[in-house]
Design a binder for this molecule. Structure first.
Ligand SMILES: *Cc1c(COP(=O)(O)O)cnc(C)c1O
Length: 384
């Protein structure tokens, strides 16, 4: 076997554990294989001994974990002869759908909530040539419409209700187990539709039940598309913790929320599509749900950027905000290993970042003279 170094995407890497055929034409942009970064400075800042990692999914080709699901969903849609895909989106799904549709040579229709989508995501959907339909309504309204349209028109839904999405997304758990040599004790994720927390649990379960073994009994989560059937547990599985934004927290309320609101637009979802599955994940894993305020989310985003050099989008920071709070209050004991998924890249939402930092004088406007620059440097050094 020649030594092969070229990484060609997660379907190629995990094809024996994914629903693809030998001759399937794979639509890939090299997604997956994202870095698991150990936090060196933040544990010191909070004064706790924890082994905490961030899985930086913002380094996927379109800047979010949605690419993991989209490579699978679009690959299967094309294989099944579909000429168009459709999704409702808070932004990242539309960016991924647009890019993978472009790659495949098919059409993407995306429904986004007018005025509530981060600028980078809108730019992506438009640039990749999707038909962008801004609706005067939120994500949940868009999702309802997409389901109705797909019944009447020859378009494939690529939201996470498409079971292939979760199949692609489960590979993030595979990567983590392979890198750490075991599953972490706790896995923290931001929760919107709750597809990703479900997908991670599928991945951990498959891995812990003997990697790659195909079994015939249908999985309760994915209607027979995965290889997990609750077989013997060989490896460990993490407690799954889902953090929601306080203004958009149906899992905390125990009921759907009709007017969700949060600065973390990617999780501004009041009617989660994977409602039942996520409750089951919580129960089976022994984890929990909790909520973070917008202030906590933005503070964690900045803490991470300024202490570790990692820039994630606001929704992603909910996982870290919640994890740090639960470490501080002892719900997550010291000595634990923790993985926080950073679902999307900070560059997606420059407006929120800039307006947050403007307030604390990070940017100065000075004269173009040596004196002015020298004074500014001296003053800046004092702060350290
Ligand atoms: C989609 C998304 C989420 C939410 O994931 P769900 O699977 O809907 O729970 C969180 N963060 C970012 C950045 C996203 O794009």
């Amino acid at each position: 076997m020649p030594f092969r170094t070229r990484y060609t995407g997660l379907i190629d890497k995990y094809r024996d554990r994914l629903p693809v055929h030998d001759d399937t034409r794979i639509i890939s942009l090299g997604e997956g294989n994202t870095p698991l970064i150990r936090l060196n400075n933040i544990p010191r800042v909070i004064g706790k001994e924890v082994d905490i990692y961030v899985k930086f999914e913002g380094l996927n080709p379109t800047g979010s974990f949605k690419d993991r699901g989209m490579t699978m969903a679009v690959t299967r849609a094309v294989e099944e002869g579909s000429k168009a895909i459709i999704c409702a989106s808070t932004g990242n799904t539309s960016a991924a759908a647009a890019a993978y549709a472009a790659r495949a040579g098919i059409t993407a229709f995306v429904l986004i909530p007018e005025g509530k989508i981060a600028m980078g995501k809108l730019a992506q959907a438009m640039m990749h040539g999707a038909v962008v339909l801004q609706i005067r309504g939120n994500f949940d309204a868009g999702m309802r419409l997409v389901k109705e349209v797909a019944e009447a028109a020859p378009v494939t839904i690529v939201n996470s209700i498409n079971p292939y999405r979760l199949q692609g997304q489960k590979t993030a758990a595979f990567e983590i187990v392979e890198e750490l040599g075991r599953a972490p004790d706790y896995h923290c994720l931001p929760v919107g539709n709750a597809g990703n927390i479900t997908a991670h649990w599928i991945g951990y379960c498959e891995y812990s039940s003997g990697s790659g073994d195909h079994v015939t009994e249908a999985c309760t989560f994915c209607k027979g598309h995965c290889s997990y059937a609750g077989g013997a547990i060989v490896g460990n599985r993490p407690k799954m913790i889902g953090y929601q934004a306080a203004g958009s927290a149906p899992f905390m309320r125990g009921a759907m929320v009709d007017d969700p609101d949060t600065v973390a637009t990617a999780i501004r979802i009041g009617h989660p599509q994977s409602w039942d599955q996520a409750w089951k994940v919580r129960e089976e894993s022994g984890g929990w749900f909790d909520e973070c305020t917008d202030e906590e989310i933005l503070a964690a985003q900045k803490l991470l950027a300024q202490n570790e050099g990692v820039f994630c989008e606001p929704a992603s920071a909910a996982s870290l905000a919640g994890a740090l709070r639960d470490v501080k209050n002892g719900k997550i004991p010291e000595g634990s290993s923790i993985v926080c998924t950073l679902t999307g890249n900070g560059l997606k939402d420059p407006d929120t970042a800039i307006s947050q930092c403007r307030a604390d004088g990070t940017m100065l406007t000075i004269d173009a003279t040596l004196d002015a620059v020298r004074d500014a440097i001296l003053k800046g050094m004092e702060g350290n």
